[in-house]
Design a protein around this ligand. Structure first.
Ligand SMILES: O=C(O)c1ccccc1NCC(=O)[C@H](O)[C@H](O)COP(=O)(O)O
Length: 280
């Protein structure tokens, strides 16, 4: 039985093939030149931390495979404006349609309604998606290391480690060439070893196991000591209460990626302040 990540990747492979057939890579490259200039995603996080504040990447997602529909009344522009008014450092917008009810249009609407840098939250496999992210206006892409450690949806074979790293490096260099930041996401020690072979400073530790959905904040605490101080640790998933924020900050984790807690609230920005305290 394929796990959810494998199911998602199988769909991505088809989506990428269809997108490439509809608009070639070279045309997308041209379109990327006309995209709005990138905003400094890493800088926004560093500035918050340097000021002694939590750096919150506030997520915009209508639904998820583990939770179903999170928010019926879904207006990405209004949510982004509320996040900006209540102290978010950056946005994360789900663009996957089939599993998260997202879209590239949501990213554009969110980015247009504020001046925060935006992460395109999707399952990146191919350079085409990186260019597409920039065309949409994204300032950061996500590289999920688990994606490159899975058996391929096409061949059923697992990539050797050096090949997995080479593929991730290709995506990372293209993103950097286009002026975007890269958030590298890991869930365990083996993935972290591969992530540290890339050069982006942003290391996301996903507390959620994307194969089983089990979410444990301990995941961040266990991996922390293995991350060199030059990298910025971002704890992702399952941050629901002020006590979760305190636990992380007590361990010097000051950057957060939060979705569900905000999406379930009447006003996501007000919930951000409630969770992280006023004065952001
Ligand atoms: O959330 C899921 O169900 C999920 C399933 C498969 C792949 C990824 C998935 N989620 C992406 C995320 O990691 C979260 O959107 C993000 O970290 C925010 O988490 P949360 O605050 O718990 O919404």
């Amino acid at each position: 039985m394929p796990n959810i990540l494998q199911e998602i990747l199988a769909v991505k492979v088809q989506e990428i093939a269809a997108a490439r057939a509809a608009k070639p890579f070279s045309t997308m490259r041209q379109e990327a030149k006309a995209a709005p200039p990138p905003r400094d995603f890493t800088g926004a996080i560093r500035d918050r931390i340097a000021a002694g504040l939590p750096a919150v990447i506030a997520e915009i997602k209508k639904a998820s495979p583990s939770r179903g529909v999170l928010r019926e009344r879904f207006d990405p522009a209004a949510i982004a404006a509320s996040y900006a008014a209540h102290g978010a450092a950056c946005l994360s917008v789900l663009t996957d349609r089939q599993f998260f009810a997202g879209s590239g249009g949501y990213l554009e609407q969110a980015r247009d309604s504020c001046d925060l840098p935006v992460l395109r939250k999707d399952f990146m496999l191919d350079e085409y998606q990186v260019i597409e992210a920039r065309v949409l206006g994204a300032d950061c892409i996500l590289i999920i290391v688990a994606v490159f450690c899975m058996p391929s949806p096409l061949t059923g074979e697992r990539l050797p480690e050096n090949e997995a790293v080479a593929r991730m490096r290709k995506l990372e260099s293209l993103a950097q060439e286009l002026g975007m930041a890269v958030l590298i996401e890991v869930h365990d020690g083996a993935e972290l070893e591969l992530a540290l072979q890339l050069c982006s400073p942003l290391i996301g530790i996903n507390n959620r196991n994307l194969r089983t959905f089990e979410t444990r904040l301990d995941t961040t605490l266990q991996l922390l000591d293995h991350i060199p101080p030059a990298r910025i640790v971002i704890t992702e998933s399952g941050i629901l209460a002020p006590a979760d924020v305190k636990l992380m900050r007590d361990h010097q984790v000051d950057a957060f990626l939060v979705g569900e807690a905000f999406m379930r609230a009447d006003d996501p920005g007000v919930e951000l302040e409630r969770l992280f305290g006023q004065g952001l």
